[in-house]
Design a protein. Structure first.
Length: 342
């Protein structure tokens, strides 16, 4: 019986990166601070033979989806107001640059709070990522499959997070070897390398790690693809965000018309994301309803699996730190006594 629902990437036509076969670290719980509160009606009624059954993952994913919903609604409202103002001033053929600039800047500030207000569930492309923190896609100059699998042999030395990794490239090295080697090099800084649907090399890191990653990844070659000598910072370029209010110029009518077209595209994209969030919330509630009707044994088995998965997550002791105080003073005898009451 499923107790979680899948992440959704609503943007149509965008490439979806495939895993290269390497294990992906389990998702950490999103930060609760900064996000909007979950809707009050999230939990079902006590109807059904077993009543409400708690699922950590389901609760977190539903809360994250509702935070994303609140952020998207706020952005849609501000964008709609900005669109109306742009249209009105174009119709009147009289521009109030101060009011337009103020609205544009407010939109830019609201977008900057996306990660906090959506509880980390919306990435910069407005893709909904539930069960895992949003990631930042990027490219690395000089690292492409054609160059790394062909041409003269060369050994590249990467340093990331204080860990040095050597990777042999060229001279018939396979794509699988390149992917494995790059993921070993990027692992210490929480980044990974994958292929898109067209077989092109792509990179991603957790959004919260992106600022630290820039300038923190160096490479030294043998003079073929990268220079030798002192390691140089690898040039990284982030994927352009779905909304960039700073590029909307409002100094004349031509600029306002271009800005209006871009605002309309942004509204359409946010509406698409809103529909995906609605679907995710509906799916969560269906799962909750199913969970509430499960028998005791099925619920207990699912809860134990969920509990063990969270307790054994990576090298982060955050979950253990939260759990230990709750278990202090609970002895085996108290548990047995409680079970005997049933």
């Amino acid at each position: 019986m499923p107790t979680t629902f899948s992440s959704i990437n609503p943007a149509g036509g965008e490439s979806r990166w495939r895993k290269d076969g390497a294990a992906v670290a389990p998702a950490a719980a999103f930060a609760q601070t900064g996000g909007r509160a979950a809707l009050a009606g999230a939990q079902p009624s006590q109807a059904g033979p077993s009543g409400w059954r708690y699922s950590t993952q389901l609760n977190e994913q539903l809360s994250a989806a509702q935070c994303a919903q609140g952020f998207v609604d706020d952005m849609l409202r501000q964008l709609q107001d900005f669109k109306d103002n742009l249209s009105r001033q174009l119709t009147q053929r009289r521009l109030d640059g101060a009011s337009l600039s103020a609205q544009r800047d407010a939109l830019g500030q609201a977008w900057q709070s996306r990660r906090a207000d959506s509880a980390g569930s919306l990435d910069s492309q407005l893709r909904l990522t539930l069960g895992a923190p949003a990631r930042q896609n990027f490219t690395a100059r000089g690292l492409d499959l054609d160059s790394l699998t062909s041409g003269p042999a060369e050994t590249l030395s990467f340093t990331a997070g204080g860990v040095a990794t050597a990777l042999r490239v060229g001279d018939g090295v396979t794509r699988e070897q390149i992917l494995r080697g790059l993921n070993q090099a990027l692992g210490p800084v929480g980044a990974r390398c994958e292929l898109d649907d067209h077989g092109r090399l792509g990179f991603s890191s957790g959004e919260k790690d992106w600022a630290q990653l820039q300038g923190g990844l160096t490479v030294r070659g043998g003079g073929v693809r990268f220079p030798g000598g002192v390691p140089q910072p690898l040039a990284l370029e982030a994927e352009a965000p779905a909304l960039d209010a700073a590029r909307w110029q409002v100094d004349d009518h031509a600029q306002v018309r271009l800005a209006l077209q871009d605002v309309l595209r942004s509204i359409a994209r946010l509406q698409q994301t809103r529909a995906s969030i609605d679907s995710a919330i509906a799916e969560a509630r269906r799962s909750i309803s199913q969970l509430s009707r499960s028998d005791e044994q099925s619920w207990a088995s699912a809860f134990v699996g969920d509990f063990n998965a969270r307790l054994n997550q990576s090298a982060d002791f955050g979950h253990l730190q939260q759990l230990v105080p709750a278990l202090l003073g609970i002895s085996r005898y108290r548990v047995v006594a409680l079970l005997s009451l049933r």
